[in-house]
Design a protein around this ligand. Structure first.
Ligand SMILES: *Cc1c(COP(=O)(O)O)cnc(C)c1O
Length: 381
């Protein structure tokens, strides 16, 4: 057991009483469940945004112990952190890049996304100047209207890519806007558009680069989109991308978020709790304080809505969530300083999920996970 951000401390004893616990065994199981769903297709784990809050470097190191062939991240900086941590695996940076970043990609052997003709040419020139060969995936926009060349004008990019002398066109990819929806018509249209673009290679009788477009939603719902590589993010961490998505792969959440009671008091009627005095009881209640707040990523919008677990029982968060603390009404039950409080996770058969937090906060599970601040130590089991 060790803690990211506190590399010299090997257990959580005496440290901050609040921590995120990541179950690496569950990550393994989720990865294997996804791999068995997609068969022979390559699974590229997407570890952007601190591996969806689970800890970028530690999760990457764990992935490297499985038979993972390539990792994906969003930003150059994330890829550089992985290289600094001596991760040798191929790393694909999904996002848009600036010209000034191109030499860093080449220097650290990172794979980049070419999302326009100009970018591709710059990469080719930079690679020539540095005497290197750039590894590139072409980005095709089939309906997201984010980065990438539109499917209806992709031919010139593909044509130009055949002429680049210092670039290896390893892949070609697109991204879904609605693969986690109940209505899959727009996702299917995106697949058709991507297939049209890919026809280019057959018409020209040149080898097709590795094709990919499936995120978690598509892995669950659109086997026809698997192609050569799939790119699961949230599903790998055991969370489904939406309420309506078909849960065709069984996964389990890898993350728990825990803290301990640090204070206990009796609160009388007429004595409201926390900033803004938004909650008060009409009878005497026992209220405990938990040392977690919105400064850790426990959303303030969950004030008077969220629940936590103590001794396997759910209790409501009362009053406003502060930056570093929040209060819980345990009515007349007992609790002691040092008692465990579960914010996300399981306790004696009860479970609070990131979906619950997302509902209380009016957001999606992705935002709940990626908002857990680096101030919260990560513990790996
Ligand atoms: C984030 C991202 C993914 C993974 O998305 P999930 O919905 O978490 O599976 C895949 N591809 C791209 C381009 C992304 O930006």
């Amino acid at each position: 057991m060790y803690i990211a951000n506190h590399p010299t401390i090997t257990t959580n004893k005496g440290l901050r009483p609040t921590y995120v616990e990541v179950d690496l065994g569950r990550l393994t199981d989720n990865y294997k469940a996804i791999q068995s769903k997609v068969g022979d297709v390559t699974v590229m784990p997407i570890l952007k945004a601190n591996a969806y809050g689970h800890g970028l470097v530690e999760v990457a190191k764990h992935m490297a112990t499985l038979d993972v062939k390539q990792l994906g991240v969003a930003y150059l900086e994330e890829a550089l952190l992985l290289r600094e941590a001596a991760i040798q695996l191929p790393i694909f940076v999904l996002g848009g890049i600036l010209d000034s970043q191109v030499p860093m990609f080449l220097e650290h052997d990172l794979t980049l996304a070419a999302s326009s003709l100009e970018k591709l040419k710059q990469v080719d020139e930079a690679a020539e100047a540095m005497g290197k060969r750039a590894k590139v995936h072409l980005k095709i926009d089939t309906g997201m209207e984010r980065i990438g060349v539109h499917y209806y004008s992709a031919e010139s990019l593909l044509e130009a890519s055949l002429k680049c002398k210092h670039v290896e066109i390893e892949g070609i990819f697109s991204h879904f806007a609605n693969a986690d929806a109940a209505d899959l018509s727009s996702a299917r249209l995106q697949i058709e558009r991507f297939e049209e673009v890919l026809d280019f290679y057959e018409r020209r009788s040149v080898p097709t680069p590795l094709r990919h477009m499936a995120n978690s939603g598509a892995i669950l719902q659109l086997p026809e989109s698997y192609l050569d590589i799939v790119r699961p993010g949230i599903l790998l961490f055991g969370v489904y991308p939406s309420h309506e998505v078909q849960q065709t792969v069984a996964v389990q959440p890898a993350l728990s978020w825990k803290s301990t009671v640090v204070y206990f008091k009796v609160v009388k009627p007429g004595h409201p709790v926390s900033y803004g005095s938004t909650w008060e009881s009409d009878h005497n209640v026992r209220v405990v304080t938990v040392p977690v707040g919105y400064g850790d990523g426990y959303f303030r919008s969950m004030s008077n809505k969220a629940e936590v677990m103590l001794s396997g029982k759910r209790y409501p968060v009362v009053g406003r969530v502060c930056m570093d603390q929040f209060m819980v009404n345990i009515e007349w039950d007992s609790a002691y300083n040092g008692d465990e409080v579960v914010l996300v996770g399981e306790m004696e058969g009860e479970r609070i999920t990131v979906e619950d937090l997302a509902a209380w906060a009016g957001t999606i599970p992705y935002e709940v996970l990626t908002n857990i601040n680096t101030r919260v130590p990560r513990v790996y089991i």
